[in-house]
Ligand binder design. Structure first.
Ligand code: CMC
Length: 367
């Protein structure tokens, strides 16, 4: 078919294209609702743990006794982290650790819940070891009595987190665990659809999540709030940024047209955290002004707050450095990515869309 006779609808960015079916999560962008296996995200955050949620995503069943501690790293993974140059991006380090794990473990296709659990459990140990090595400290072995998110903080800081921080980070991990056919999950499914292994799929997913339009936003939210500095400066700063054609980080979403339910759940968590009071006051004030200004400028497409805005408040509140915000997002998203790879493997069809050719017509090579 050439361009003139091809009347198929072109959808740049695959926007609005139904590219598969899933039983894992429902993202209802119009009504601002998100459910995992039918359970609303707000209920999961209030009553569940990340271990229970990860297990739910992998198996489809709610197992109250599910647990998921961090796993120790093999020598190969630690060596790969030690070999990285100073100043390495944390996402590159995590991608490398997952690759080193895959090289040693050689997970077979199709992916299984056991592989998903193993990979999800080494990811936080890898990121914590990377951060410690980069600052000249030795990695710490995981404490098997701690859940994954608290175990991550323990391996990072060398001390057990207080209960409020542990709970807040676990809530963030639940909220960030899964989100339908976003770019990184779709990437993981494309790779799985070729019958490639789970580690390869996750390397691709981490690469996709690294981009600022996907997982890179929360650290930019922090810079944005630092630059604004105080609620009184918000209106001018926001108008200047929009006049320059800049985007406000933490606002807008491809799917949500209503308030992102993950932002609402995290705002609740942030409000309950000690030590976030000043920061949260600024965030709430900036959010109010930003929503008003965005609506005044474009009443026909009012943009809403997205999950990254309050992610910044929670991650900052538990003491994580902004440089590892995207990689922390990746740790949490391991549950969703791997669940999608398992689902893809269960009813596989190679993902291979078509593209419309718009280059030169057939022609002879210059003599
Ligand atoms: N600030 C200002 N204007 C915006 C923003 C924003 N944050 N987001 C979208 N717009 C404008 C955009 O310029 C465009 O305007 P126009 O039609 O005049 O050219 C219009 O809104 C539609 O934007 P779009 O780029 O077609 O929308 P999209 O669906 O491709 O973008 C997005 C979604 C998340 C990439 C975008 O909203 C954005 O860049 N937001 C800022 C970065 C951010 O917060 N990212 C985290 C996303 S949530 C994480 C996740 O769920 O993975």
């Amino acid at each position: 078919m050439d361009q003139k006779t091809d009347d198929r609808t072109l959808s740049p960015g695959l926007e609005g294209v139904l590219a598969g079916e899933t039983a894992i999560a429902k993202v209802d962008g119009l009504n601002g609702k998100l459910t995992y296996r039918g359970y609303p995200i707000g209920d999961l955050v209030r009553h569940g743990t990340y271990a229970q949620v990860a297990d739910l995503l992998w198996t489809g069943e709610w197992a109250p006794s599910a647990d998921l501690p961090c796993a120790p790293l093999t020598d190969g993974v630690i060596k790969s982290l030690r070999a990285l140059p100073p100043g390495t991006n944390a996402m590159d380090a995590l991608r490398g650790a997952v690759s080193a794990w895959g090289a040693a473990e050689r997970p077979t296709w199709p992916p299984t819940p056991e592989q998903a659990r193993a990979l999800t459990a080494i990811a936080p140990s890898s990121l914590a070891a990377f951060v410690r090595i980069q600052r000249g400290d030795e990695p710490i072995d995981p404490d098997p009595s701690l859940p994954l998110s608290a175990g991550f903080l323990y391996q990072l800081n060398g001390k057990r987190p207080d209960a409020a921080s542990a709970r807040a980070l676990d809530a963030y991990f639940i909220v960030a665990a899964e989100h339908g056919f976003n770019a990184s999950t779709f990437t993981a499914r494309v790779i799985t659809s070729t019958q490639s292994d789970l580690a390869s799929a996750l390397c691709g997913a981490i690469g996709a999540l690294k981009g600022p339009l996907h997982g890179g936003a929360p650290s930019e939210v922090v810079s944005q709030l630092h630059e604004i500095g105080s609620p009184e400066r918000a209106e001018k700063w926001i108008n200047d940024a929009l006049d320059r054609g800049d985007r406000l980080m933490g606002f807008g979403h491809r799917v949500y047209r209503a308030y992102d339910p993950r932002a609402a759940a995290l705002r609740e968590v942030a409000e309950g955290m000690a030590g976030t009071a000043e920061w949260l006051k600024l965030a709430v004030a900036v959010e109010d002004v930003a929503l008003r200004v965005l609506k005044e400028r474009h009443p026909e497409r009012p943009l809403q707050t997205n999950v990254e805005f309050y992610t910044a408040a929670v991650l900052q509140g538990v003491g994580l450095p902004p440089a590892i915000f995207p990689a922390t997002f990746a740790l949490a998203r391991h549950a969703g990515w791997t669940a999608h790879c398992i689902e893809q493997g269960q009813a596989n069809r190679l993902i291979r869309p078509d593209v419309r050719y718009v280059g030169p017509a057939e022609r002879a090579l210059p003599a």
